[in-house]
Design a binder for this molecule. Structure first.
Ligand code: SAH
Ligand code: DHB
Ligand code: MG
Length: 230
C-alpha cells in the first residue's frame, strides 16, 4: 500500500531502522555467528560501519545468483559482510578479504572461525593496493566487493576488472554518501573519489553498471553494481 505523503516526508533514520528491523525479523532471522561478529567488533572498539543485515543478505543473494565460487572483498573490518558472502559459497568455494589494520584482522579471524568459515576464508593483511597484485594467480573472482578506503576506489577499479571475468559482479559500497555523490563541487575527497569511480564505470565498455541508493539503519548511502560483460 502506498504510504501517506506525511509518512514519507517525516522519513528519518528511525523510520528506516524500523523497516530494517521489520525486514530482519521477517526475512533474515538470527545467525549466531553474524550476531557475534557485530558484538565482538563493538567490544573490541571497531567502528560500527559494517553493512546492515538486509544489505548483507543482498550480498549473499547476489553471490548465490552468480553461482560465486571465488569471492574477493576489499575491507574486512570484523568480517560481518565477509561471513554473509562466505555463507553463499559451495563447499570448495573461497573468499579472500583484504584488510590493512591488524587489529581488525584479528577480530575478523575469530569471527570467521566461529562462523565455521576458516577453511574457505583467507584474510590478506596489508594495504589493498599492495596485496591486489598478488592475487592474479587466484583470479578470476566471480564477485568482488569493494568496501575499503573510499579515496582509493578509483585505483581499485582497474584491479577489480583485471581480477574478474565476463559475468563477474563488481559491487562498491558507500557510493551515495547522503546524496553528496551528485554534487560536482563537493570538497569532500571521499565524494570526489566515488564520483571518479562512477566515471570509470561509465567510461569502461567492459562493464554495464548502475547505482542503487539505500536507506536503513546505516543511514542514506548506496551501492554501485557493475556486471562485467566482456
Ligand atoms: N566490509 C565490512 C566493512 C569494512 S569497513 C563490512 O561491511 O562488514 C572498511 C575496512 O577497510 C576497515 O576495516 C579498514 O581498516 C579497511 N581499510 C581501510 N583502508 C584500507 C586499505 N588501504 N587496504 C585495506 N583495507 C583498508
Ligand atoms: C563508513 C561506512 C562504511 O560502510 C564504510 O565502509 C566506511 C565508513 C562510515 O559511515 O563512516
Ligand atoms: Mg562500507
Amino acid at each position: 500500500m502506498a504510504q501517506p505523503a506525511s509518512t514519507i516526508e517525516s522519513s528519518s533514520k528511525e523510520q528506516w531502522t524500523a523497516v530494517d528491523e521489520y525486514v530482519n525479523d521477517l526475512l533474515i532471522g538470527s545467525d549466531p555467528a553474524l550476531e557475534a561478529a557485530l558484538e565482538t567488533s563493538s567490544a573490541a572498539g571497531l567502528p560500527p560501519i559494517a553493512v546492515s543485515p538486509p544489505q548483507g543478505k543482498l550480498l549473499h543473494l547476489l553471490a548465490r545468483s552468480v553461482g560465486a565460487r571465488k569471492i574477493l572483498e576489499l575491507g574486512t573490518l570484523g568480517a560481518y559482510s565477509t561471513i554473509w558472502m562466505g555463507r553463499a559459497l559451495p563447499s570448495d568455494g573461497k573468499l579472500i578479504t583484504l584488510e590493512y589494520d591488524p587489529k581488525h584482522a584479528e577480530v575478523a579471524r575469530g569471527n570467521i572461525a566461529r562462523a565455521g568459515l576458516a577453511q574457505k576464508v583467507e584474510i590478506r593483511l596489508g594495504r589493498a593496493i599492495d596485496t591486489l597484485p598478488q592475487l592474479t594467480g587466484e583470479a578470476p573472482f566471480d564477485l568482488i566487493f569493494i568496501d575499503a578506503d573510499k579515496v582509493s576506489y578509483p585505483d581499485y577499479f582497474p584491479w577489480a576488472l583485471k581480477l574478474s571475468r565476463p559475468g563477474s559482479l563488481i559491487i562498491a559500497d558507500n557510493i551515495v554518501r547522503k546524496g553528496a555523490v551528485a554534487d560536482p563541487s563537493s570538497d569532500d575527497e571521499n565524494v570526489q573519489a566515488v564520483r571518479r569511480y562512477n566515471e570509470l564505470l561509465a567510461a569502461e565498455p567492459r562493464v554495464s553498471a548502475t547505482v542503487i541508493q539505500t536507506v536503513g539503519s546505516k543511514g542514506y548511502d548506496g551501492f554501485a553494481m557493475a556486471l562485467v560483460v566482456k
